[in-house]
Each structure stands twice: as structure tokens, then as C-alpha cells.
Design a protein around this ligand. Structure first.
Ligand code: ADP
Length: 319
């Protein structure tokens, strides 16, 4: 193992920089040269890269986003694109590629692995939508951002006796809504994995307000319902003053939390350890407090990994 590439792809996530830093410094420690590929698979197809050393990754640990930049690349997502990328990796003399990104990016990595490229993937996504790992890099920071936003909203919800629907990210996964719902003490959590009934919801809202609750926060995962229709229908059914807040891209940025910095760092170092041991074509994850790895093709299997026990806890505590 003499030279490797590292790239970030898909949606940016806080902690990606910490992961790049760990990959570069750990690789250099083992005498491996690192090519930082810009803008994900797009940059790979354009041979857009720079050699990274310890100094290149100074002062990025604490920064959100990704200093290597990221992109979505439809051209790569074709059989011809993958072959072209394979040929470029071979031309550049890269012995392996570290892909940091969401499930789409890890799928891309799996396609390259099928073409004989050695790939190690790190889960960089705020969505926590990969079932093989308990946490993805960026999730903890995102739910902390949601927590602060909802704390502010709660002040107004209480002062005015308003119902706030707060839409959060997560694509088809309800983890951001569920975890943020628990740490914010939301009255309701609506996730794509569990069906909901608007009539029941509005009855709950009316009952709670009648019992003296002066605030009502509903955390709505983006994959669960259209936020505008959801809010409008609830407002009509309940007759309560119901307002929608879409937190949006605020959730994607920001300085990574201590948890994400630690997770990204451990995963980055582990990725290089795996390559040193001759392990390839795996995705790095965390189970409990152990950093683990899973075969790439298994890691990208779509799985509903919502923690049903946690969902029940959210319901029990919301009364
Ligand atoms: P994320 O990695 O955040 O889930 P995307 O799903 O948009 O984001 O994927 C990022 C990029 O990964 C895509 O633009 C594409 O280049 C590549 N990719 C996604 N899915 C595949 C696939 N099935 N095969 C090859 N490449 C893929």
C-alpha cells in the first residue's frame, strides 16, 4: 500500500473534515501517500486532485462541510462512468480509495469494488440512514442543531399557545426526528417508518391543550409527509393555531460536535488500519462503542433501522 485516494461525496456532513484529517495523518504515519480528490466522483472523473500531507489537513478538524468539496455526479452513476473512474484510479496508481459519504456514495464505492478497486467507505451523512452502523458521521451534530432550534420555537409555542410542526431532514429515515424528538421533549414524532393518523393526532393535540399544555411541538421527518399539506390538515381538523417551520439546510452545517469529531477520527484511523491489514471492500461503522466493518454490498442493503424501543419511549414520555 503506497498511495491511496480519499474523497467526500453526496450530501456534506459535519465531521467529514475530521475524517479526512484522520485518514491523511494516519496514512502518512504508515508511509502511505494520500491524493485528496476534489468534489467526489465528479472530481475523480476530471482527475481533479491534490497530494495531501499533515499540513494540508491542519485546522479543519473543527470545521463543518468538507474542504475537499463534494458533488452529486450522474455521469459516475452509469456503467461507463464507473469503468472510466476505475481506469483513472489505475492510471493515477492509487492502491485503494477511501470514500466518505452517504448510502449513494457507498453504493458508488461498491460499484468500483466490483471493478477490482480496493475501497473502504466511511458513513458521512446527517441522516443516520445506514442500518449497518449505529451512527453516521454528522448525525449527532444535526440533532444538536435541531435541539437548539426547537428550544427557541418552544418559547414562542408556550407564549402563544401555538402548535408548531417542525420539519427535519432524514430522507426516508426517521432517526433525526426521533432522536431530536426525545432530546427536545416533542409532543409528537412523525417518521416514515410508522404510519400515522391525522384524526388521532388532532385529537391528541386538542386533549393536551385542554389539559393545560401550553406548547405543542410535532417533529415531522421529511420522508413522512408533505409538510404543507400535513400542517394545513392538522390545523383544519384541530381548529388550533398550527404553524409550520422547516429547519432545512441549517441542519447540514456547523462545527461538528465532540461525538462526531471522535467518531470521524476513530473511523478514519480504522480505515487505514484495515488497509494495512489487507482488508478491503468494507464500510466502517460503529456498534455500541466498537468501531466495526461490514462488507460493502451488505452495508448498502436498504434496511429500516428505526429503533422501535426508542420510538415507544418517545411516545411514553410525550404525555
Ligand atoms: P449520498 O452519498 O449523500 O447518499 P447520493 O445518493 O446523491 O448522496 O450519491 C452521491 C453520488 O454517489 C451520486 O451522485 C453518484 O455519483 C454516486 N452514486 C449513487 N448511487 C450510485 C450507484 N447505485 N452506483 C454508482 N454510483 C452511485
Amino acid at each position: 500500500m503506497k498511495t491511496i485516494g480519499v474523497l467526500t461525496s453526496g450530501g456534506d456532513a459535519p465531521g467529514m473534515n475530521a475524517a479526512i484529517r484522520a485518514v491523511v495523518r494516519s496514512a502518512n504515519y504508515h508511509g502511505i501517500e494520500v491524493y485528496g480528490i476534489k468534489r467526489g466522483f465528479r472530481g475523480l472523473l476530471e482527475k481533479n486532485y491534490e497530494v495531501l500531507d499533515s499540513r494540508s489537513v491542519s485546522d479543519i478538524l473543527q470545521k463543518g462541510g468538507t474542504f475537499l468539496k463534494t458533488a452529486r455526479c450522474p455521469e459516475f452513476n452509469t456503467p461507463e462512468g464507473v469503468i472510466k473512474a476505475r481506469d483513472i484510479i489505475n492510471d493515477l496508481g492509487l492502491d485503494a480509495l477511501v470514500v466518505i459519504g452517504g448510502d449513494g456514495s457507498i453504493r458508488g464505492g461498491a460499484e468500483l469494488a466490483k471493478q477490482g478497486i480496493k475501497v473502504i467507505a466511511l458513513p458521512g451523512s446527517i441522516d443516520n440512514d445506514m442500518g449497518y452502523t449505529d451512527y453516521t458521521i454528522g448525525f449527532d451534530t444535526a440533532i444538536t442543531t435541531v435541539m437548539h432550534a426547537v428550544s427557541n420555537l418552544r418559547d414562542t409555542s408556550s407564549s402563544h399557545g401555538r402548535v408548531f410542526v417542525v420539519q427535519v431532514m432524514g430522507r426516508e429515515c426517521g432517526d433525526i426526528a426521533l432522536h431530536a424528538g426525545i432530546i427536545c421533549g416533542a409532543e409528537e414524532v412523525i417518521v416514515p417508518e410508522v404510519p400515522f393518523d391525522l384524526k388521532e393526532l388532532s385529537a391528541n393535540m386538542k386533549r393536551s391543550m385542554a389539559r393545560g399544555k401550553d406548547h405543542y411541538i410535532i417533529l415531522l421527518a421529511e420522508g413522512a409527509a408533505d409538510p404543507f399539506e400535513f400542517t394545513e390538515e392538522l390545523k383544519e381538523l384541530s381548529g388550533l393555531n398550527t404553524r409550520l417551520n422547516i429547519i432545512g439546510y441549517l441542519q447540514r452545517g456547523g462545527s461538528p460536535s465532540s461525538f462526531d469529531r471522535m467518531l470521524a477520527t476513530r473511523m478514519g484511523v480504522y480505515a487505514i488500519d484495515l488497509l494495512m491489514e489487507g482488508v478491503e471492500n468494507v464500510a466502517v461503522g460503529i456498534k455500541g462503542n466498537d468501531i466495526v466493518h461490514e462488507e460493502l454490498y451488505k452495508a448498502v442493503e436498504v434496511r429500516d433501522s428505526l429503533d422501535r424501543d426508542l420510538y415507544e419511549i418517545a411516545k411514553i414520555l410525550a404525555v
